[in-house]
Ligand binder design. Structure first.
Ligand code: G6P
Length: 514
């Protein structure tokens, strides 16, 4: 990291850098958390004293949190990746005091906050997912969920306030300790924390898109205000893309009547100024390439190469998530085979859609729709010696990396997405330089527009047309675009992403009156 943070850094995220499971023998085993966000945030661990506060997500996590002395988990935060559970403490990696604190929030409160508000309400709002003739319906049940959401956010604010150490009397946010609060789950935390600890510099980062004001206004008025005022408790609010930052400013103006300066990108509300920044997250290319060269990935490369039998591969890899638009993606593949029958027998679609949020009925139904559509395509076009589509619904990271390496075309068509790192990972690994068909509604489209074929994710015929163009592209054109894609994907890797936020927070905190 270029910016050298001093003092303590507090990180708060719903999903932490480690998770636990309970074996048949009743023993707890731990797994490191994956993904770019955890890797990005872990990058700070080598440079500063870190306290990472996260929620216990299931019974095994709760048991581990209860068993941890003083709530401190036996987890090392390493700069080279994520939380690494182990016998040793955090000493030596993130400084002697670095640690993870997993909050044992009562299961019912957690369920209402995480499933009811975060994933069924705020996620739906920011991704424009509601079937509006029927939902949302904000009644008494929602009010119970909202109370739990407040309690869950307050638990984080309390833990952060306590973990920040003794307050410096009379100090303002100019002091050394910084808190970096992540995502829509914790939208109320910045304000709650600022009230408890005015001496901290606080940043919030949204990993999702932000809804336009008309759609944001579906929320009950008081809830809409509380969400915005929650984030405005921070000194700095970050987003992956300009569009989402602009939408946030629009909402602050429309809903709160806040004073918005679009040039300086600041919001002034209730006597406090929040700066708003765009910090797109990229991929750690050397680390990804090293991982993709490992033996377990190579074994999948061999298996998938045999499966393809020399045919071109269209690859997609997603959580089975409503916003990922998998059903329309499959419909586009079907149209490709109908409109351009020359591809029949010459292409295979690998669709890896791994399970996500199965506590929510909408997600279970969506998984069923994906499977139904996949069966229909196989029935309609499959022959004795050609499987047009291979749908895998289990998570297998080495197999996903192998698919990236072999892809001729990558399809990423979310209806809306904060960033989408799949669109950035595949170009860095694909051996033939894959063409990328990308939704214009993904945050990544801002950086990948020159190299990708952008599509309207609702337009299935246009997506089919883009798939046809991608498959038909000359080698020169594909290589030209692949080079642009790889370059854009590797810029702003997690450590730089984090450093940019810390330095923006530094500047923002200095603006606050002493
Ligand atoms: C999105 C969110 C993350 C979240 C991830 C997985 O990327 O922005 O905050 O961790 O989805 O969702 P889950 O509900 O499984 O944590």
């Amino acid at each position: 990291m270029s910016a050298e943070p001093a003092g303590r850094v507090l990180i708060a995220s719903n999903r932490g850098p480690v998770s636990f499971s309970l074996g048949d023998d009743g023993k707890l085993t731990s797994r490191r958390g994956g993904g770019g966000v955890v890797a990005g945030l872990s990058a700070v661990a080598g440079r500063a004293e870190v306290l990472w506060v996260c929620a216990a997500l299931n019974d095994a996590d709760r048991a581990a949190a209860r068993a941890a002395p003083g709530g401190r988990l036996d987890v090392s935060l390493s700069a080279d990746g994520a939380g690494r559970p182990g016998p040793e403490s955090g000493a030596g990696l993130g400084g002697p005091e670095s640690m993870v604190r997993m909050l044992d929030i009562p299961a019912l409160v957690f369920d209402r906050a995480y499933n009811g508000v975060a994933n069924s309400t705020l996620w739906f709002i920011h991704h424009l997912l509601y079937d509006t003739p029927n939902r949302p319906l904000f009644g008494l049940a929602f009010r119970r969920e909202w109370e739990s959401f407040r309690a869950y956010n307050a638990a984080f604010a309390d833990a952060l306030a306590k973990g920040a150490g003794p307050a410096i009397p009379g100090a303002t946010a100019r002091a050394g300790t910084r808190a970096m609060v992540q995502d829509y789950h914790l939208t109320l935390v910045p304000r709650m924390l600022a009230e408890r600890r005015p001496d901290l510099a606080i940043a919030h980062f949204s990993h999702t898109p932000w809804a336009p004001p008309e759609y944001f206004a579906l929320l009950p008025d008081d809830v809409a205000r509380e969400v915005l005022e929650g984030i405005l408790g921070a000194d700095h609010a970050g987003f992956h893309a300009q569009r989402w930052a602009d939408a946030f400013l629009d909402c602050c103006e429309a809903v709160l009547g806040a004073q918005v300066d679009r040039v300086a990108r600041t919001v002034r509300h209730a006597g406090h100024t929040t700066t708003v920044g765009v910090h797109p997250l990229g991929v750690d290319a050397p680390q990804l390439r090293t991982r993709a060269a490992a033996d377990d990935v190579q074994a999948h490369v061999t298996a998938l190469t045999e499966l393809a039998e020399g045919r071109k591969l269209i690859v997609r890899i997603d959580r089975t998530e409503l916003s990922k638009n998998i059903v329309r993606g499959l419909a586009a593949y079907r149209e490709l085979l109908i409109t351009w029958p020359q591809w029949r027998g010459r292409v295979v679609h690998l669709a890896f859609a791994y399970p996500s949020r199965h506590d929510l009925p909408e997600y279970r139904e969506y998984t069923a729709s994906v499977q139904r559509m996949a069966r229909e395509i196989v029935d309609e076009f499959g022959t004795e010696d050609w499987d047009p589509l291979v749908l895998q619904v289990n998570d297998d990271y080495p197999r996903s990396l192998a698919a990236y390496r072999l892809a001729d075309v990558l399809l990423v068509n979310p209806v809306r997405d904060g960033m989408n790192l799949v669109a950035k990972e595949a170009p860095l690994l694909s051996e033939r330089g894959c063409a990328v068909v990308l939704s214009r509604e993904a945050g990544a489209a801002a950086e990948l527009a020159e190299g990708a074929l952008l599509v309207n994710p609702y337009d299935v015929s246009a997506t089919a047309q883009a798939l046809h163009e991608a498959l038909s592209m000359t080698d020169e054109e594909r290589s030209r675009r692949a080079a642009l894609l790889a370059q854009a994907s590797a810029s702003c890797p997690p450590d730089q992403w984090l450093a940019a936020q810390l330095s923006a927070l530094e500047t923002a905190a200095r603006r606050q009156p002493a």
